[in-house]
Design a protein. Sequence first.
Length: 84
Amino acid sequence: MTDVEKLCIKRALQLLCKVAAGITEKNLLDQVEIGIGRPISTVDRKILIAMMLDKEWIYSYRDPITDELKFAIEAEGKRALVAL
């Protein structure tokens, strides 16, 4: 994992810790870009989400009110955040 990937993941997990109800992929990754001060390519955006899902640091769910796909942090993600 590169330093940039670690920084992106750390920022994403920090944001998800603050948003208990979850956040959409676009909003999450837009905030990660702002937090790291540089844009993330579309491919890297997909890889970042897939990596965190694969490691079970985050999970996705469909919001019953807005019908949007949202992401939230898992307990494993909180443990990973401490290690980053």
